[in-house]
Design a protein around this ligand. Structure first.
Ligand code: PMP
Length: 458
């Protein structure tokens, strides 16, 4: 049994979904839509499968929509590591006190990409806090080192997503979080980002990528190099689905940052810990950040934790870090992250994710590559996107209702994927099998065939 409609309508009035409507606030969605359809009650999960309140199973190919659940559901090894740590010492504050799992995690993170020299960690509770902390580290470094005593500006990119808190939101250009009308953190400007399939100037992919990189130099000059503290970017951008830039783009960005003493912050919140088949997606492009942020898959969704990593010379230039979060370095969260690292290393899940990505992409291209509504298929590791169009020749935008309809149809076939603008993303946990990928390709084909016939596709 598969169901298009969420479970609310099928359950009695006093069920969990109704109670949620009475007592919860829902993010990033029209209130009217939630009121009409109700939230889906998720009762349980095991491995790649989640089960809703009326017992219907779904194959979760989008890692709980946030792309955080990188080891699937019901992992007892992680749960036990957290339980044991909470019983022993759950939380020792954060100011000048440390716990064993926190220090172990800081050390492990610095060893995951030893060539980057990012051996100092600051812990937080999630991605937005990681970005807030990165901004403060960058500004305090520029001031504290005496290199740029008045630097306060940050350059970000069109369509970027860096979080929903005030500072991170100012760097964000994507999703409704960026559409609030109130004034933003001053000093932020945004430049074009390299997109894979469509770009606003109709240039070739590589020509546009280099144009975007060179734009950074012009923007730094325009803003005044002595005032620009940092540039921030996602290694693969999420807007319109898994945008994979070229190595040349990131190499040029690095060169420009070095030339003007601008710190390079690479925001790995969604990409880190195997999502793209590397511990850090920046490894694909041979680029070294000065500061990097991470969250989500860091704990595979088992505990709220994020981190910022930077080099010792940057950390040491800050004589007093004017920043604190109560749950920074929480011992139970650090225990979850340590267990996640151990499992991913032991099971060789990161290199396997890279191989799985090649397998999945080949399956997508073979099954969907010639379909009139499909414009582009791209991605790395366990993060792929199928980008839609209403005209393959002109790359005209698809009807957003068609994209949403295809994702909904896939849900009715029991496969959860995520609509992201003009594209649909697939980003399963690293434990997804070839059979899971095959089922997703088949559901994709069936959904596109059944939904796209109702739309004008040239
Ligand atoms: N940075 C990036 C690149 C992200 O993708 C996200 C979340 N999607 C964030 C920051 C914010 O993370 P959080 O939702 O955990 O605050």
């Amino acid at each position: 049994l598969r169901r298009d409609k969420p479970v609310l309508n099928a359950l009695p009035k006093n069920d969990l979904a109704s109670q949620a409507l009475d007592h919860c606030i829902f993010p990033i969605i029209d209130a009217a839509d939630v009121k009409r359809d109700g939230p889906v009650v998720i009762a349980s999960g095991k491995g790649m499968t989640i089960t809703d309140g009326s017992g219907v199973d779904y194959l979760d190919m989008i890692s709980a929509y946030t792309r955080a659940n990188s080891l699937g559901y019901g992992n007892e090894e992680i749960a036990k590591a957290v339980y044991d740590q909470l019983c022993k010492m759950h939380y020792a504050g954060t100011v000048s006190m440390v716990t064993e799992p926190m220090v172990q995690l800081a050390k492990s993170l610095s060893e995951l990409r030893p060539d980057a020299g990012l051996s100092r960690a600051f812990f937080v509770s999630g991605g937005s806090e990681a970005v807030e902390s990165a901004i403060k580290i960058a500004k305090q470094y520029q001031i504290g080192s005496g290199k740029k005593p008045h630097a306060y500006k940050i350059i970000a990119r069109w369509s970027a997503y860096h979080g929903a808190t005030a500072g991170a939101m100012a760097l964000t250009d994507h999703l409704s979080v960026a559409q609030t009308p109130d004034p933003r953190m001053p000093g932020v400007s945004k430049i074009p980002n390299p997109t894979c399939y469509r770009n606003p100037f109709g240039m070739g992919d590589e020509e546009y990528a280099m144009f975007c990189a060179d734009y950074l130099e012009q923007q730094i000059i325009h803003e005044g190099p002595e005032l620009v503290a940092a540039f921030i970017g996602e290694p693969l951008m999420q807007a319109n689905g898994a945008q994979v830039p070229s190595k040349a783009y990131w190499q040029r960005v690095r060169e420009i940052c070095d030339k003007y003493g601008v710190l390079l912050i690479i925001d790995e919140v969604i990409c880190c810990f195997g999502r793209t088949g590397k511990w850090f997606a920046a490894e694909h492009f041979d680029v070294m950040p000065d500061i990097t942020t991470m969250a989500k898959a860091l704990s595979a969704g088992y505990a709220p934790i994020g981190a910022v990593l930077t080099r010792p010379d940057i950390a040491d230039a800050i004589d007093h870090f004017r920043h604190v979060h109560t749950f920074s370095g929480h011992a139970g969260c650090a225990a979850a992250a340590n267990a996640v690292i151990a499992i991913k290393q032991r099971e060789r899940l990161i290199p396997k994710a890279l191989e799985n990505g090649v397998y999945f992409k080949a399956g997508l291209v073979e099954a969907l590559g010639e379909m009139p509504a499909v414009g582009d298929i791209r991605g790395l590791g366990h993060w792929h996107a199928v980008d839609f169009t209403s005209n393959r020749k002109t790359k005209a935008l698809p009807d957003p209702k068609m994209v949403k309809g295809i994702a909904e149809k896939m849900r009715s076939l029991g496969v959860l994927v995520g609509a992201a603008g003009t594209a649909i993303e697939v980003a399963p946990a690293l434990i997804a099998s070839h059979a899971d990928f095959d089922r997703t390709v088949a559901a994709f084909k069936q959904a596109i065939e059944s939904v796209s016939k109702d739309y004008d596709i040239a």
